[in-house]
Design a protein around this ligand. Structure first.
Ligand code: ZN
Length: 355
């Protein structure tokens, strides 16, 4: 079944992990053998070939670069200008992948429809993977007028915050609202018809955003607080608000967000019982709140700073997402429901936003 993945940090892997995603997953793992600079070395799950094997024909692909103030303990760039330059380097990598036919950028409805027709009818064995550019954390936008430049580059979704306090909003593990700058950013996001990604907004910033912003919004990779009680996940109240706003919520596969009491670097997916069944629990929770299957999708975040050591035990590569339709079927979902979840909800959302 065709899969839309609403969150992959592909360029971050290329530019910060030095991974050539046109290699096979096993070759990237072999190259990283013995490396200790990052906890997920040799445990990657994403490559272009594995995406093709898993029929993941479209993804939201991120630009991501955090700016941190001098006294911050978080890793990040020391100026927003450096963060901007980093995102531009990431864009240059996406362009380079387009040039060799690994990827193709989607920026509007015509391109979306054309890509879907091509993907579903072509028998070529190296089909370019469709990607839609999104920005995770807006700190790299130095001045608000820069957002139009990003829009010209194809940026179609943006999350105002990531971890910690940001320039435009407070993110995961921080407390605070969106302030004047955040409101100005939201106005510009609405004017440009960019999709607002509510993922990572802390509670106060989330609710202020709901009041200040009336444009299209979704949550690309966000799980349920009812199942894992931490501010990174959304409460039922937040999920219900998103459903009212006709949002789609992508469920992520970062193990600590799937089950409670995960201890980074110590817990293992096997010991904690983290499998794709747990993803189905989060999917099902949102469907039960909505009373339908129209508001949930897939936003894996695979290789988003973690690898096999912190992904479901039944995921060796991203191609294993194809195990999901069967699991959903066993949970009582019919074919139309499963199509909604695997791709149709996000695609419908984009068509509505871009019409
Ligand atoms: Zn994230």
């Amino acid at each position: 079944m065709f899969i839309f993945d609403a969150h992959l940090d592909l360029a971050m892997n290329a530019m910060e992990w030095n991974r050539d995603l046109s290699w096979a997953v096993k070759d990237i793992r072999a190259k990283e053998e013995g490396m200790t600079d990052k906890p997920d070395r040799g445990k990657n799950t994403v490559s272009f070939d594995e995406m093709r094997k898993g029929n993941i024909g479209i993804c939201m692909a991120t630009q991501i670069a955090r700016f941190v103030k001098r006294d911050s303990q978080l890793p990040g760039w020391n100026s927003p200008h450096q963060a901007w330059a980093q995102t531009q380097g990431q864009l240059a990598w996406y362009r380079a992948m387009e040039a060799i036919g690994e990827m193709t950028q989607i920026t509007n409805k015509e391109e979306l429809n054309r890509h879907l027709d091509f993907w579903n009818s072509s028998t070529k064995n190296k089909k370019p993977i469709g990607y839609i550019l999104s920005l995770e954390g807006a700190d790299s936008i130095v001045t608000i007028d820069q957002l139009e430049k990003s829009h010209d580059q194809g940026l179609r979704a943006i999350g105002p915050a990531h971890y910690g306090p940001g320039t435009y909003a407070h993110g995961t593990n921080s407390i605070g609202g969106i302030g004047y700058k955040g409101k100005e950013l939201l106005k510009e996001i609405a004017r440009l018809n960019i999709i607002l990604d509510t993922t990572h907004l802390c509670d106060e910033s989330f609710w202020e955003t709901m009041k200040a912003y009336q444009g299209p919004l979704w949550a690309s990779h966000n799980n349920c607080r009812a199942l894992v009680n931490h501010n990174r996940q959304f409460s039922d109240e937040q999920i219900i608000e998103l459903i009212k706003r006709d949002a789609v919520i992508g469920i992520a596969l970062d193990a600590w967000m799937m089950v409670p009491n995960w201890v980074r670097g110590k817990s293992t997916p096997e010991a904690m019982g983290v499998t794709l069944e747990i993803m189905v629990d989060h999917i099902d929770h949102i469907c039960q709140l909505a009373g339908n299957t129209l508001h949930v999708g897939i936003g894996t975040d695979l290789d988003g700073g973690f690898g096999k050591e912190q992904s479901p035990a039944d995921i060796d590569t991203i191609a294993d997402l194809q195990k999901l339709p069967d699991l959903l079927h066993k949970r009582g979902y019919n074919n139309e429901d499963i199509e909604n979840i695997m791709h149709a909800n996000f695609i419908r959302f984009l068509r509505n936003t871009w019409s």
